[in-house]
Design a binder for this molecule. Sequence first.
Ligand SMILES: C[S@@+](CC[C@H](N)C(=O)[O-])C[C@H]1O[C@@H](n2cnc3c(N)ncnc32)[C@H](O)[C@@H]1O
Length: 248
Amino acid sequence: MNKARGRGASLSSLWMQRHFHDPYVAEARRLGYRSRSAFKLLEMDRKLRLLKPGQQVVDLGAAPGGWTQVAVEAVFSHHTELCGHVVAVDRNAWTTVPGATCLTCDVMAADSARLLKQALGNGKANVILSDLSPNTTGHQQTDQLRILTLVEAAYVFALDVLAPGGSFVAKIFQSGIESALLADMKRHFTSVRHIKPPASRKESAEIYLVAQGFHQAVRPLHAQHEGPASAAAPEPPPRCCGTPFGLA
Ligand SMILES: C[S@@+](CC[C@H](N)C(=O)[O-])C[C@H]1O[C@@H](n2cnc3c(N)ncnc32)[C@H](O)[C@@H]1O
């Protein structure tokens, strides 16, 4: 047998084995979630209380829709009659999630911010979620740069539309190359932490950045080691690769 095909076949049978023995896959099927990823958001929410009834939530990189389902369940409350709104987007055509406004567009496209804001009714959002994943190449540095480009795009959008007190959650690949982004996030949020929810596979490099308590930047990035903030100092734009959301 062709060696590469043999390796491909054994990798896919390994994937099948892992998939069918994965308790999260079984539980997702039992509860009607479209992906096992739903549990990553449920676990982060349980720990950090991110989602609440009545909130406006944007879910970036949403297909097949597990996170969107979790967000819809959280923002609608029959007890309090608070009705939130979830706007979810993916670049691939996907089946809409009942209760959410589902868009198909590339978040790196020039008009994506306008479309998302329009779907939000041009109001503010309380939570921006990004589970955006690039097509991976297997080359670690390339993949890290690709995901960082997506995260930075999501972050620029979050700075534009988050309401005071809002939260930003984004998937990254553990690497340390996101230090400039982290520094900027610390200026805009009361707390910024890395979290690896139990549902995220141990062998996966993915990890989530969770920032809570959005506010205007307390001090410009270049003055971080220069003592207290000066209110008059101009605020530099966050460093971004690519042309995220047509804002760069
Ligand atoms: C891991 S999946 C998301 C899973 C989802 N959170 C769930 O619970 O079902 C990542 C998604 O990001 C989407 N994506 C990647 N790059 C994108 C882009 N530039 N614009 C929009 N979606 C993108 C992919 O199409 C893919 O569906």
